[in-house]
Design a protein around this ligand. Sequence first.
Ligand code: NDP
Length: 293
Amino acid sequence: MTAAPSTPEIPTTTLNNGVVMPMIGYGVFLTPPEETERAVREAIEVGYRSIDTAQAYRNEEGVGAAVVGCGVPREELFLTTKIWFSNAGEATAARSIDASLRRLGTDYVDLLLVHQPFGDYYGTYRAMEAALQAGRARAIGVSNFFPDRFVDLAENVDVAPAVNQMETHVFNQQVASRPWYSKYGTALESWGPLAQGRKGIFTHPVLTAIGQAHGKTAAQVALRYLLQRDVIIIPKSVHRDRMIANLDVLDVVLTEEEMAAIAALDEATPLTANHYDPEFALGLMERYALPKD
Ligand code: NDP
């Protein structure tokens, strides 16, 4: 078993409602339910304090079991979950928030997101505003809201989203969309910060060469780049050594030249989830509908 070198001091950001959020968290998309408790417990052991799950990942129970059993006080952890479109609409979303909290073994989450801009997400958002009022969520926001839907929502709700969690990595850097989120004080959180391993990111020549200059891997350079652009990251790995490596990005500062070389890798196109593409949107809605909570 690889030990963590030392528990790192993870930088934080202050969201638009004053809530403090770690800049590095740990994601559990595609982590099998039966493996989730072990993975999250190890992630907490090696120093992660922020965990990102979702109703659609079907592993909230595993996250909850790890959180309850890990020995770290709940208030030192930052838990995010997301409401799936099958639970869209005010009454259904409200019930699903109760169900998520039960599965997570807690009476509040730190961040609650609309997972996808499909279905009655206005109703979902109203349920989330009520959860915020009731202290069942400390902050609320959205995910996968491209700028047009984002602006529409942000203009027509009472509480501006604290976060928009978007596919963001060196190949899709969200440069053009970001000012639209910033307009409402909304922080950009990256999902897929390692491009989900696509496009040869782990052996990419530009990232590898920069890494060699700093004693880091291409993966660490990709993560560090996002941090230096003030993007919140939540890399996922079920392997302890990778969990540690993905946190070990704080003792390096990329130069302006290196930042520019990585900025040039941006293709400004989603690799997997283009919500502007009706075929993608319909496919997601058809294939990933889940039973309502
Ligand atoms: P990531 O970009 O974090 O990549 C994860 C993949 O990279 C896994 O296959 C993992 O494998 C591998 N990996 C991780 N670290 C390393 C490393 N240091 N070296 C080599 N391989 C590595 O993709 P995710 O899709 O998981 O995104 C991160 C998180 O974002 C998710 O877990 C989830 O919480 C969230 N998310 C949100 C979405 C949304 O719609 N809001 C969509 C997708 C993700 P292994 O586990 O075997 O190590």
